[in-house]
Design a protein around this ligand. Structure first.
Ligand SMILES: [Zn+2]
Length: 191
């Protein structure tokens, strides 16, 4: 089961996905709202935090989360503030009841990860691509448009065209033609 705990929150926060199951995980923790209370509406505790990247809108609540739940924080770059355990490109990561493959996908930020499960065809896209063919900003520090285009290309090569749902760092889940949405983002990012 996957729930966006940031749904309805106004302000500068990313989405926060609570993935429940064998290993209950928060994918990103958001910023500037009481995410702990929202976690507890669903579960008593969690097993880990996995960060798609370490922009402030994705990690602002990290201290509160680790204080409340005392769980390990996984991310790509151990030098990033708050990241304790590294996920390398190609690593397997269990979220809920399924195994995801981590894809290092820089371009929006150097430590950016996407997480893909071939079974049952789910992609956590972070801020690489968004609904309606949107794509992550590349005008911030560490932003690099050609790297972003390359990362999108790599996701398209890895993800099956039958992708069922894409959960991005902002916006609603994409359940209608998510693969085509990523293709669209790839085309748009080239210009
Ligand atoms: Zn970001």
């Amino acid at each position: 089961m996957i729930s966006n705990l940031a749904e309805g929150v106004e302000g500068f926060t990313s989405n926060v996905y609570l993935v429940t199951g064998d290993r209950t995980v928060l994918v990103d923790v958001g910023n500037d709202f009481d995410v702990i209370a929202r976690v507890r509406e669903h579960v008593e505790t969690i097993d880990a935090v996995v960060l798609t990247h370490t922009h402030p809108d994705h990690v602002g609540n990290l201290q509160a989360v680790t204080t409340a739940f005392d769980v390990p924080v996984f991310g790509y770059d151990l030098d990033a503030s708050g990241v304790e355990r590294a996920i390398a490109d190609g690593d397997s990561v269990v979220l809920g009841d399924h195994t995801y493959t981590a894809l290092h996908t820089p371009g929006h930020k150097d430590d950016h990860l996407c997480l893909y499960a071939a079974e049952p065809e789910i992609l956590f896209a972070g801020d690489l691509v968004f609904e309606n063919g949107g794509f992550g900003r590349t005008d911030l520090e560490e932003g690099d448009r050609s790297l972003l285009v390359e990362s999108i290309r790599r996701v398209l090569e890895t993800v099956e065209p039958g992708l069922e749902v894409m959960y991005a760092g902002h916006g609603r889940p994409v359940q209608t033609e998510p693969y085509q949405t990523i293709e669209l983002a790839g085309q748009a990012a080239r210009f």
